[in-house]
Design a protein. Structure first.
Lengths: 350, 350
DNA sequence: AAATCTCTCTAAACCGGTTTGAACGTTCTG
DNA sequence: CAGAACGTTCAAACCGGTTTAGAGAGATTT
């Protein structure tokens, strides 16, 4: 492995000049620069990144820590986000360091990342309502960006979709179609976006004078399996009238509802309406479901790309308040939503 | 940020002693060690990781580069692998650096990772038959482990499933059930495991005197969508008799086949048999498909955990030939496979 | 009591870059 | 032609750790 000093010696120059030549500083003679670049190419010189990091104080890396228990990584949503993030970062020559830690050590690992100087910034995903990771990062004054947000007036950089507007629109659509018994299959209760969606749902129903019983709202992992389980339970009518419509936080849950409907011999679109939020997972297209699914749509991958850009800005000192973006999710109506069945199959509608 | 020198000064000790105390070297007095540990705790001292890396020559990180075009990251299989890998590495206090690069720059990025000393080892995933990344790493003498293998007698460390045995077993099962027209929905042709599976499939059919026309074998992205498209095409009978059984490289493709069967009004398990390889994606359980899917099963996540362990061994100098593991995939028969329809609906069977 | 051995600790070199302050030769200005 | 200004290069300090060689104190041996 060639070092800078060797390269300089080889050229009869000082390390300082060679370093400047390679890094494009203006005070190097043009012929010298060319000589240096040629020689470095020929000797296959690559700067030792650790030495560089130590000298500059910049690592060229950003970090992400996830709970090994919750295991976001197996969540296809999270993963598509990661894809956008890492390509976005790669465009800016930044690497992403990912690390798994058990829940009870999570904050300690954040502390380590922050104060050991191994990364220039952190990405926080899936914030909880009172997120201690965010509190820690703010306290330490460390640059970070968040996918999602914990509230309306926060002091940090974030990218989020307008969960409230999306779920309000979806709920209104169902109500307009005549549905009064609407179930919400939501994600895990401690997540911020889950709360935001739920609040919008409750608000939209209450505004129209509709009461939704608690048993119509579930909090669970957003998977096909859980979607099926909750939908089956609710459709059984065991604890009271069954819902005529389902609002799902993920297309995976919607898949489960579709399966539950098939099992209960209900036709989706007529007997039962379904709307889901579509994060646009490339391997699971709701337009190809049977029937095609009505969704609120916002590509989660785009969020990754956007956050990469914001992370870079944040590292270079941009005011976090200037780095807050919220995008709206489009409501796309397809075949899975239809007018509420007029003859309540359970007597709920008269 | 406290530095080692400051901490040493504060304690009235030399940096050398403090460094030794913190790193557990034996030549430090017991009372001194305790004083040092206490003070470092109190002053919240965290060693600067870049300085540490420069001094030791070890980074405590391993790298992974993926093609931004192929975009492995959106592949749920790859992601579950990543989950296993990063938790396995975290257990050994190693971080994972991930980086995206366009196809034509891929090798350059490998070179950079290798010769800039930013990682101690590399993980290679989804090898191609003649993989230039592997060739480069061998040439450079850099530690790496591979998920999959390019051939039978290779000189590097790998973890792989026995694709040949699995697909031979699956094919044999279909033949035993009377199927003669069997289609293979495979992955992208340049991937090593795709070749291995296909070879086993061809061998198993040829051995039993069955000829499979080329149009029964497809190579494509392993997604629901492509599975649906290829199955629909083959089932249409447009280019000749339709297959009575499908062998899929992924459960996602099987989902597509199930949808195609429904569209063609065929009952899976009687009119049509399906077997898929199941990488055990937590959000997509083939035992819950309708009908439950017959699979060859091997958790891809386990591969990640195993490779983390092997990577660590490899970095510490273990002979790569001692780090080669191949596991067998279990054939699990469920409801999606049944006897071939005796009355060929297309005249193929007499 | 001198010599040897341990134990514990220190000074200084080192890892491989970047960056500051100064010096050099050349050209411009007065 | 002296002096200033400029463009280019260099020596040395620096980033913050680890590690080698060696020093000093006390215990053990002779």
């Amino acid at each position: 492995m060639t070092t800078l000093r060797e390269l300089a010696q080889h050229l009869g120059l000082s390390p300082a000049t060679v370093s400047r030549a390679l890094n494009g500083f203006p005070e190097v003679g043009e012929k010298t620069r060319i000589r240096v670049l040629e020689a470095s190419e020929r000797l296959r010189y690559k700067a030792n990144s650790n030495a560089k990091r130590l000298a500059t104080g910049k690592s060229g890396m950003v970090g992400m820590i996830f709970r090994s228990s919750r295991n976001l990584l197996v969540d296809p949503h999270f993963v598509d986000f990661l894809a956008g993030l890492s390509t976005g970062l790669a465009d800016r020559e930044i690497d992403l360091v990912i690390h798994a830690a058990p829940q009870h050590e999570l904050l300690a690992h954040y502390e380590r990342f922050v104060s050991s100087g191994s990364v220039d910034g952190m990405i926080v995903s899936a914030p909880e309502l009172n997120d201690r990771r965010i509190a820690t990062l703010i306290e330490r004054g460390f640059p970070f960006v968040v996918h999602g947000r914990t509230g309306d007036n926060v002091g940090y950089a974030y990218f989020d979709i307008d969960n409230g507007a999306a779920f309000k629109a979806a709920t209104s659509l169902l109500i307009d179609l005549g549905h009064r018994c609407i179930a919400l299959l939501n994600g895990e209760a401690d997540l911020a976006f889950v709360q935001q969606r739920e609040e919008a749902f409750r608000q939209a129903t209450t505004d129209r004078g509709i009461h939704i019983p608690e048993r119509f709202i579930s909090h669970d992992v957003m998977s096909e399996e859980q979607g099926f389980a909750h939908a089956t339970e609710m459709l059984s009518g065991r604890r009271g009238p069954a819902p005529t419509a389902f609002l799902c936080s993920s297309t995976l849950q919607a898949l489960g509802v579709i399966r539950a409907a098939a099992t209960a011999e209900l036709t989706v679109g007529t007997d039962l309406s379904i709307i889901a939020h579509d994060d646009v997972l490339p391997h699971l297209r709701p337009e190809h479901f049977n029937p095609a699914l009505t969704v609120t749509r916002s590509p989660i991958r785009m969020a990754g790309v956007a956050l990469a850009e914001m992370m870079v800005a944040r590292i270079s000192g941009v005011d976090p308040l200037k780095l807050q973006r919220m995008v709206t999710a489009d409501l796309i109506v397809r075949a899975s939503t239809g007018a509420a069945p007029t003859t309540g199959r359970d007597g709920w509608l008269h």
